[in-house]
Design a protein around this ligand. Structure first.
Ligand code: DGI
Ligand code: FE
Ligand code: FE
Length: 191
C-alpha cells in the first residue's frame, strides 16, 4: 500500500474530526522529524496511522484485541479507550501493511509512552499533543515551544501534564507513563 492508499483507507475509518486531528499530527510530525533528524517518511506514516483504531466501537475494540491476542491489563480493561494505541499498532500491521517496528512502536506507545522511547516515538507522542487543531489547554503553548527546542524536556513536561490530567479525571495512571517519565528524568540527570 502506498501513502495515498493508506490515507484514503484511513479517512473512511475515521470521523471527519479525527481525520483532521490526524492531518495535524502528520504536519507536526514532519516538522519535528526534520528538526531531530528522524526519517520523515517514518514520521509521516506513524502520524497518519497513530489513531487508526480510535473510532472503532468499544465492543469491537474488545473483540479485536482478543482476536489479535493483545493483552489488556486491568487499567485498559477499565478504560477501554486506552487500548486504541495498542490495537492501532496491530491494525497498522495487518490492515495497512506496516512492517517497520519503530513505526509500529510509535503507534503502540503514543498514548501512554514507555521507558527508553526512540526519537520517532517521542516525536509522535509530542506531535499528537501539540498539533494545531488541538483544543487549547493549560501548558499547550509551552509544550509547543519546548518540542522544537529540546525533545526530552518537552516529553517530561508533556508526560507530567498527562499525569495531572489523568489524576484530575480520577482515572488510573498507567505504569507505562510513570516509567516513561522516570527513564527520561534519569537520563537527563546523567548528562
Ligand atoms: O487519541 P488522542 O485523543 O489523540 O490522544 P491520546 O492517544 O493521547 O489519548 C488521550 C486519552 O488517553 C485521554 O483521554 C487521556 C487518556 N490517557 C492518557 N494516559 C492515560 C490515560 N488514561 C488513563 N486511564 N491512564 C493513563 O495513564
Ligand atoms: Fe490517540
Ligand atoms: Fe491522536
Amino acid at each position: 500500500m502506498d501513502y495515498k492508499d493508506i490515507k484514503q483507507k484511513l479517512q473512511s475509518a475515521l470521523s471527519p474530526k479525527r481525520f483532521i486531528h490526524t492531518l495535524g499530527v502528520v504536519e507536526t510530525g514532519i516538522k519535528l522529524a526534520n528538526v531531530y533528524n528522524v526519517d520523515e517518511r517514518k514520521a509521516k506514516l506513524s502520524a497518519l496511522l497513530h489513531d487508526c483504531a480510535k473510532n472503532i466501537p468499544k465492543e469491537k475494540k474488545l473483540r479485536l484485541c482478543k482476536e489479535y491476542h493483545i493483552f489488556l491489563d486491568d487499567i485498559m480493561l477499565k478504560d477501554i479507550e486506552l487500548s486504541h494505541s495498542f490495537l492501532g499498532a496491530e491494525i497498522a500491521k495487518r490492515e495497512y501493511g506496516i512492517k517497520d517496528e519503530d513505526i509500529l512502536n510509535a503507534i503502540r506507545y503514543h498514548t501512554t509512552g514507555r521507558k527508553n522511547m526512540s526519537k520517532l516515538e517521542k516525536i509522535i507522542y509530542l506531535a499528537d499533543y501539540i498539533e494545531p487543531n488541538r483544543i487549547p489547554f493549560e501548558g499547550l503553548e509551552k509544550i509547543r515551544k519546548l518540542a522544537f527546542e529540546n525533545l526530552d524536556e518537552a516529553m517530561i513536561f508533556a508526560l507530567k501534564n498527562t499525569l495531572d490530567y489523568v489524576k484530575k479525571r480520577n482515572k488510573i495512571i498507567h505504569p507505562l507513563t510513570i516509567e516513561a517519565l522516570k527513564s527520561l528524568s534519569f537520563n537527563n540527570k546523567e548528562d
